[in-house]
Ligand binder design. Sequence first.
Ligand SMILES: Cc1cc2nc3c(=O)[nH]c(=O)nc-3n(C[C@H](O)[C@H](O)[C@H](O)COP(=O)(O)OP(=O)(O)OC[C@H]3O[C@@H](n4cnc5c(N)ncnc54)[C@H](O)[C@@H]3O)c2cc1C
Length: 400
Amino acid sequence: MNLHLDTQDQAFREEVRAFLRDNLPEDVRRRSRIGYHPANEEDRRWWQRMLFENNWAAAHWPTEYGGTGWTPIQQHIFEYESRMADAPELRWQGLRLLGPVLYTFGTDAQKARYLPAILRGDEQWAQGFSEPGAGSDLASLRATAVLKGDEYVLNGQKTWTTEGQWCEQGFFLVRTADTPKPQAGISMIIVDMKSPGITVRPIPMINGGSSPCEVFMDNVRVPKENIIGEVNRGWDQAKFLLSNERTSSSEIYKAYGDLTRIRQIASQQQKNGRPVIEDSAFLDKLTMAELEVQALEWAVLRVLCDAPSEHPVAANASVLKVRGSELQQRLSELAVEALGVQGLRLYTREESFADHTNDPIWPDYITGATNDLLYLRAYTIFGGAKEVQKNIIAKVAFGL
Ligand SMILES: Cc1cc2nc3c(=O)[nH]c(=O)nc-3n(C[C@H](O)[C@H](O)[C@H](O)COP(=O)(O)OP(=O)(O)OC[C@H]3O[C@@H](n4cnc5c(N)ncnc54)[C@H](O)[C@@H]3O)c2cc1C
């Protein structure tokens, strides 16, 4: 693996920087920078469209499906520069999770119907895997899809469905057969979220936002061609998808943005009459976190570049998920620690997104930090809980 930036990569970086500089208005940057969850939906959709119009909608997809054809290093440069320029964070579910499943396992008709709308940002996707009683033990899911004529009829409940209230489409895991091995009777199916019989209820979160939802399905009728790939092969597709989710959820780019923000806060906030950044105990913690972010970046790049590894992909993806999510939590704690007593207040969505530029009482960097810290408690849970990831590492990497 060669991570030296050659002249081509340097030119590419300049091209990305110029695009971001010319196309990202300050109000959009500000709303992204504060780190409030859930993020501004209109900004994200608008930015996806902008990228689409520049043929940059999907950095990591193959060109035949509308991807950029960039090398792993170029993808990394693009994501890093986007974060450092405070570009809106694109939603994962369509781009990173479903898209690769569709172009790998989907039918030609599914690819033609759904991939372009993901690229344009016209349709957002809800991931309907977890249920009450089926999270870590996903194979015990109970939502059913029964074939009646040309349609499947869906019944059951999903939970924690991120931003289900804003999504046009969903990809759901459902039970299509009762088999001795529960994994063998699961299929992945595309569900129009506006179908009769679907009820979506947002779940209030500790951070003051409502991002995940409960989704109830009551005799929802779905065309049979909406099964992705083959019926009863959903478990293979889910494993493929979760491996991609765990690699992405190391969120290395967010970590670099957070480090910049922590330095800004710690330079401006005072402790005992001096900037927090001059406090040696704080600086030690920040420096250690910076080193760990750099180490994780190398680990992510090794996976992106398919560098030789003695361990299977699933184990590496779980390692990145555990390390990345723990590090994210630590960075959010450092941001609030730097804020001191000003970190005690939780700002509302309206207060957070309002323009506080040059406001001496509520500078912009204050309003999202505590919301971010509380939201990030979920990082070691979603995409597979931390304890379960450690089990996977023990089993797959070390045969324990
Ligand atoms: C904010 C948020 C967003 C989410 N978004 C989505 C989404 O969009 N779509 C979706 O499908 N799901 C989503 N999830 C659900 C998420 O994937 C599950 O919460 C996660 O898989 C854990 O499942 P669970 O909540 O049922 O907890 P459980 O599986 O009941 O686990 C509870 C605790 O027991 C531990 N535990 C369980 N089994 C073991 C074991 N074998 N060994 C050791 N410890 C164990 C876990 O680590 C955990 O600490 C989201 C969750 C959150 C919090």
